[in-house]
Design a protein around this ligand. Sequence first.
Ligand SMILES: [Fe+2]
Ligand SMILES: [Fe+2]
Length: 280
Amino acid sequence: MLEKVIESIEKLPSPSFVVQRIISVCSKPDASSEEVARALLMDASLSARVLRLANSAYYGIPRKITTLSEAVMILGFKTVRNIALSVFTYDMIFKNQESVVDRKKLWAHFLYTAIVSETVAEVVGYPLKEEVFVAGLLHDIGKVVYDYVFPKLFETMVKIAEKGKMNMLDVERELGMPSHELVGKKLLESWNFPDLLVFSTAHHHSVESLSSDFFLSQVSMVQLGDVLANLIARGRSFSWGDPILSPTAMRTLKMKPRLISKILERAKVKISKAEELMEI
Ligand SMILES: [Fe+2]
Ligand SMILES: [Fe+2]
């Protein structure tokens, strides 16, 4: 089964040259605003959508941003990169002609997890919160792979999860299918995406099985982000069981109930401003 999925990964839409370029430019420590704007300008429609979103309520910029370099200057190149990656992920989810599931729900879960994970990073004082946003955004990309490769089967899995109030991971296990963690990992590896994204996708339900401590805290942030996003909007992830908090993640982040309430409160305010990101 895993081989079949891996073979089919090639048929999925992959990041365009521009998206790949944006990822590589932003992961260079000496990247400049102009470089990011220049890479984005190579794709006119992507640029226009990024600019429109940069002006959305979510980012709360009081005056109108009219050019990309201005957007990069005001919001920072990492945030502009995150907007571009959000557009790419959104397109990937909705380009699937064969899909029969409610993909709007899935997109909401992707976006909410990105927002909540970033909020976790803020509250615990982790400085590279933009990276955690992307890790949260992509954590369940394996479900999108299933939706492309086996659309009918995926619809059945979604129905089983809803009827039986089960988590998708348990449905996969019961059907003897590779987990969406593993499938997502294979996809991101085939795209040569940064290791953090590969690890957080591969371990968002299994923080304790990370082989090194290298990304432990970031993966823990995504784990908590995913659980809280599932609490905020039940069933959008197509998982209907109780979300399971990882004790390893909680210990790693030194999480306390008081901090969790703070994260939830902040994240809900951000989500209420993210209306324009729901349809991009
Ligand atoms: Fe998941
Ligand atoms: Fe999830």
